[in-house]
Design a protein around this ligand. Structure first.
Ligand SMILES: Cc1cc2nc3c(=O)[nH]c(=O)nc-3n(C[C@H](O)[C@H](O)[C@H](O)COP(=O)(O)O)c2cc1C
Length: 251
């Protein structure tokens, strides 16, 4: 049996949670980055356990993440699915994940929605997952493994609606200041290949899905969201996120 932690994690929280779950299930696990520019095919045996963790973007999983999931091939492989969200809402993201994996030959036996710092407005859910969250993540990992071990194949009843919420439109991208030194790091790491290596101070807004990776990794802080976009998201979150948003598990 091999445990896999498969993650699409532009700014790192989703990866952290995927690897935490996998590490609770097995002393050694294989970590797979699904956010690479050219996603690969991955095939799994019925004896493997596949932990899939995806971030929630406007109530869905990012289209690039869905594309990467469609390249994964299970053969009755037990799956654990996790939506990582910035304290607002999960909406259809977990359902979408589980639907794709069912089509791809996985048996999803446990699902969860865990809160992490909001990657756009980092003061929202700042510091999460914290110690309390990690305990809940560890409890979930144990329960999921127990369910898989006792071969209980009942599917978890996750929230969400079909048809899913309309996918967010593109057309907006981070802006780049004169501080850009054209090191090309963002161009190499952009999951959407939206930043040309020859001109890393530009972004193809038609490809960009605002995942925030370039903003987060720029060594000189040259990339940021346009102010009106940031103000819009901050305003929305101020209205919708009150108090500590709880995690949710579905077993
Ligand atoms: C474009 C975009 C859309 C997002 N939409 C949502 C959302 O609908 N609900 C929510 O609670 N968090 C939302 N978030 C926050 C992320 O789900 C959250 O910060 C997550 O931890 C990011 O994962 P990462 O650290 O692996 O990149 C959004 C973030 C981005 C960048």
């Amino acid at each position: 049996m091999t445990v896999f932690a498969l993650h699409f994690s532009p700014t790192g929280s989703t990866k952290k949670i995927a690897e935490r779950i996998a590490s609770q299930m097995s002393g050694s696990f294989v970590s797979v980055d699904l956010s690479v520019q050219t996603p690969e095919r991955h095939a799994f045996s019925p004896d493997d356990i596949a932990v899939f963790a995806l971030p929630v973007f406007v109530g869905r999983i990012p289209a690039k993440a869905a594309e990467a999931l469609r390249l994964c091939e299970g053969s009755g492989t037990p799956a654990v699915t996790v939506a990582v969200f910035g304290a607002r809402a999960v909406e259809d993201a977990l359902l979408e994940t589980n639907d794709i994996l069912a089509e791809r030959g996985f048996k999803t036996l446990a699902s969860a929605a865990f809160v992490a710092e909001h990657s756009v407005v980092r003061s929202v859910a700042a510091g999460r997952p914290d110690a309390e969250d990690l305990k809940e993540i560890d409890d979930f990992s144990r329960s999921a493994l127990e369910k898989i071990t006792r071969k209980d194949v009942s599917p978890p009843a996750v929230p969400g609606n079909r048809p899913y919420r309309e996918a967010p439109s593109t057309g907006v991208a981070p802006t780049v200041s004169d501080a850009c030194v054209k090191c090309g790091l963002c161009a190499r790491e952009c999951p959407a290949a939206a930043i040309p290596l020859a001109a890393p101070n530009t972004t193809d807004a038609s490809k960009c899905f605002m995942c925030m990776r370039c903003v987060r990794i720029c060594p000189v802080g040259a990339r940021s969201l346009p102010d009106p976009v940031l103000a819009h998201v901050s305003g929305l979150l101020a209205k919708t996120v009150r108090g500590r948003t709880p995690n949710a598990v579905y077993l």
